[in-house]
Design a protein around this ligand. Structure first.
Ligand SMILES: Cc1ncc(COP(=O)(O)O)c(C=O)c1O
Length: 403
């Protein structure tokens, strides 16, 4: 355990490991609820009425997606399946934001019939919407492309000229756009990119605000991408800084924040830290002074562990007591199947000892492989109640239901 880890969650995960097979994911459901509340409170302190739309792709299991609905959040989806899951979770269509660069005709039709906000990603998509004979007014948001670090434009969304063209076409058919949206990436540990995109889109916001009938707000959706602990082992920018800088940047452009509905689409920063992957030591080796342990999980069960800062630690050990660094290797039998950073453990680590990998709650489940038939169940604790999650048909069977 490291000083950053939640002792209660570890207590329940450790207790569970004596009763069930490893590997398994373990979620702190109450922790997610609390993070949503804290995150919402921070945004609403600067933007009263700010809306949170949870990104389904980050982790679509119903036990998590429904928490957001109960906490008054909305759903952000990128496929027809996710749209149907959000409706099944009880979100009214009007509280669903439908994103994605390649929406099918059927998905668009369903979204329009449900009154979901459709985030237009290309002019072709807008044309398709015009052609669809659906007996309701579409709710349109323009997804604006953003500048990449290279200076090129992202492939997502519309170029600035295309945004204006889309608005012209909407106006010509008696329609308008509810607002604009950009999404910049994930685990972004700086506010600079967000502020740049707000500045880039200020002329578009001005146009929408000028057109909006009196009393109607224009939505500004700045997407997800807010950092979680895996973004850095040094310092994570607090969410409050994102909210404050957003307000400041809007004011710098003479945009009155009370004329806007502020929307954020968090995923990772709310669920990633709320889960760990519990694995067990199966074999030990030394190689020219290097200590290796092999665990019963493939490290693709937390795919970002190769690139981001995930902590790894041995079960029963107090982090300050041990000094032996171990390379933690997976069971998948391919070269890259090992953690990039060492875990510090006791000199005589035992076969069967638990090894925990932190920050397993975002994207890990949806990207996990089932190669070699390696399975992982999903459990969670809510208060003091421990239960199995994930048997809702939204994940490959081997992830949620091992034989
Ligand atoms: C449009 C959109 N919104 C929100 C998110 C959530 O991002 P994150 O999990 O980094 O907060 C994503 C993820 O890629 C996305 O594509």
């Amino acid at each position: 355990m490291t000083k950053d880890d939640d002792p209660l969650m570890l207590h329940y995960a450790r207790e569970l490991s004596s009763r069930v097979e490893t590997p398994f994911y373990f979620f702190d459901i109450e922790g997610i609820r609390q993070r949503i509340r804290d995150f919402a409170a921070v945004w609403r302190a600067h933007f009263p009425g700010a809306i949170l739309a949870y990104s389904y792709k980050t982790n679509p299991i119903a036990a998590i997606t429904t928490i957001f609905r109960k906490e008054g959040g909305r759903a952000e989806v990128v496929s027809e399946k996710e749209l149907l899951w959000a409706l099944a979770d009880g979100y009214p269509g009007s509280q669903i934001h439908f994103n994605g660069p390649a929406k099918s005709t059927e998905a668009l039709r369903r979204a329009m019939e449900a009154d979901a906000a459709i985030h237009i990603d290309s002019l072709d998509e807008l044309d398709l919407i015009f052609k669809l004979q659906v007996d309701c007014r579409p709710r349109i948001v323009l997804r604006a492309s953003h500048l990449l670090a290279s200076g090129e434009r992202s492939r997502f969304g519309l170029l600035p000229d295309e945004c204006h063209l889309a608005l012209d076409r909407l106006e010509n058919t008696g329609l308008s756009a509810d607002g604009i949206h950009f999404h910049l990436g994930s685990n972004i540990n700086s506010t600079a990119k967000y502020m740049q995109s707000i500045s880039d889109n200020a002329p578009l916001l001005d146009r929408l605000l000028a057109q909006a009938p009196a009393g109607r707000k224009v939505s500004l959706d700045i997407g997800g991408g807010f950092p979680s602990r895996s973004a850095s082992d040094v310092k994570i920018i607090p969410i409050d800084t994102f909210a404050k800088d957003t307000l400041r940047t809007l004011r710098n452009h003479n945009i009155n924040p009370t004329d806007l509905t502020m929307i954020v689409e968090p995923g990772r920063c709310l669920v990633e830290e709320a889960a760990l992957l519990a694995t067990r030591v199966m074999a030990r080796k030394t190689r020219a002074g290097r200590h290796l342990v092999f665990v019963d999980a493939g490290l693709d069960l937390v795919r970002s562990a190769g690139a981001m800062h995930h902590r790894v630690w041995f079960e029963s050990e107090r982090f300050e007591q041990h000094h032996t660094p171990y390379e933690v290797c997976g069971a998948r039998c391919y070269e890259a199947d090992r953690m990039p950073t060492a875990a510090v453990g006791p000199q005589d680590v035992k076969i069967g000892s638990m090894v925990f990998i932190s920050s397993a709650g975002a994207y890990a489940l949806v990207q996990a492989g089932v190669w070699n038939g390696l399975c992982a169940r999903i459990y969670g604790v809510d208060g003091s109640k421990v239960f199995e999650l994930g048997r809702d048909g939204r994940l490959p069977e081997l992830i949620s239901t091992p034989s």
